[in-house]
Write a protein that binds this ligand. Structure first.
Ligand code: IMP
Ligand code: MG
Length: 186
């Protein structure tokens, strides 16, 4: 059930549930990830690729914890639409502007659920000839993926519940919460 609040704004009917990760927990971990990237890529200028929209908050915080001459690009893929279940189809909605040839690429993801989006992205980006390709995911949902994910940087493993906040949404809402919460469907 959805409530129409104006001609073009549809409110999801669920609500914010328990807090899973506080703002402080997230910021502490993001700082650690930034330090690890700074160490691992010393002397290089990695290109951070933000997978829109969910990873924009994470990438903004992470980037400010990396003490290197990093560059940024943005890509949007869609696999969910407005539902909380995967459609199983991944497509590029917005492609990169920067050529990846010879670059040290770090893909910044919000959450790895089935791993479908990531395996598609990895193949797609690898074919563009980067010098290296690693993934930094804020969240990994435990026990959902089948194959080896090869994630170099992971913020937190989380339980099966659907989550909102810190970039993650349901129906485009709640991305601006500074913490991560369970989603309470109505
Ligand atoms: P995957 O392809 O199944 O790994 O799905 C990954 C994408 O689904 C993420 O990048 C998110 O955009 C979205 N997603 C998965 N789980 C959640 C969630 O709990 N809250 C919000 N978005 C989610
Ligand atoms: Mg995403």
């Amino acid at each position: 059930m959805e409530t129409v609040v104006s001609a073009d704004v549809v409110e999801p009917s669920g609500s914010i549930g328990d807090v899973l990760l506080t703002e402080e927990q997230i910021q502490t971990r993001v700082a650690e990830l930034g330090e690890a990237i700074t160490r691992d890529y010393a002397g290089r200028a990695p290109l951070l690729i933000c997978v829109l929209k969910g990873a924009f908050v994470f990438m903004a915080d992470l980037a400010r914890m990396v003490d290197l001459p990093i560059e940024f690009d943005f890509m949007a893929v869609s696999s969910y639409g407005n539902s909380t279940k995967t459609s199983g189809v991944v497509r590029i909605v917005k492609d990169l502007d920067i050529d990846l040839a010879g670059r040290d690429v770090i893909v910044v993801e919000d959450i790895i659920d089935s791993g479908l989006t990531l395996s598609y992205l990895r193949k797609n980006l690898q074919s563009r000839g980067p010098a290296s390709l690693e993934v930094c995911a804020l969240l990994v949902r435990a026990g959902r993926q089948t194959g080896e994910l090869g994630l170099k940087y992971v913020g937190f493993e989380i339980p099966p519940d659907f989550v909102i906040g810190y970039g993650l949404d349901v129906g485009e809402r709640w991305r601006n919460l500074p913490y991560l919460a369970r989603y309470n469907p109505a």
